[in-house]
Ligand binder design. Sequence first.
Ligand code: HPA
Ligand code: ZN
Length: 325
Amino acid sequence: GIDRGFIDALPKAELHLHIEGTLEPELKLELAERNGVDIGQSSIEDVRASYEFTDLTSFLAVYYPAMEVLRTEDDFRDLALAYLRRAAADGVVRAEIFFDPQAHTSRGVPFATVIDGLWSAVQEAPSLGVDAALILCFLRDMSAQSAMETLEASLPYRDRIVGVGLDSDERGNPPEKFAAVFARAKEVGYRLTMHCDIDQVGSIENIGTVLHEIGVERIDHGTNILEDPALVAEAVERGIGFTCCPVSNSFVTADMKGAEILALSRAGAKVSIASDDPAYFGGYVGDNIEALAAAQELTREDVVRLARDSIEISWADDAAKARWL
Ligand code: HPA
Ligand code: ZN
């Protein structure tokens, strides 16, 4: 097997990480108390017991209510700093952090509170050994109009945001619903990625749409692309990045999809490994690589390639990439 020290020592970029999904039970309880929010749970055991899910929908039903404890700029800053410290310990040198403004603005927390808190942590990240960036995600189960309003609200903070993504429930919310939003985002200079979740109804059609109509540079998850070898060849040719999350997959589907992740990488696609929502799925990036390596008997070459690919498909500047590669 591949030892953990080898994995941790490789410089890597974490490119699929929802900051709201890093809310560990300890911090959740601390913030609930600090803000006087009654979450109906008073111990770590209570909080952990509420983390029961069998698919994406049941996960999201636990995930959104938990955000109630995030209220102030300091809350968002503390959340992101806790993640960055944990990521640094795993050898993450670059973190591109998803955040969901609509999950907060929809419950009365201003966009400015969210972005100011996260930005404060991003500015402090280099002192922890991490180069950090923010990716604004739209909630696909909300309207395209709400996404467009969120995009407009982000423009005063354009310099703090590297790109946009799309998350939440894919069922009934295909990528074309957001074609105009992503076209506008591209126009203002944001980089583009989108979730194509595992084994969704219409997964392969949605992957075709994000590649041909939306024009993304990366796909979050996306291993269902293997159903269409012509699309795999196209993704390889175009250098499309895939951000795969084995531990998360094992919670929201029947398995970690390790064979698919490895097949995609060995086919020549740029594949990175990430943790998605580590506080809920119980594994940060090192745990994800370790789990995949054990399940698929990865070689050291495989692990090195995944780490290098993560740097290559990151949206860091070229000088920083050259230092890490
Ligand atoms: N998919 C969709 N929505 C999400 C995810 C995910 O992996 N994580 C957090 N919100
Ligand atoms: Zn995700």
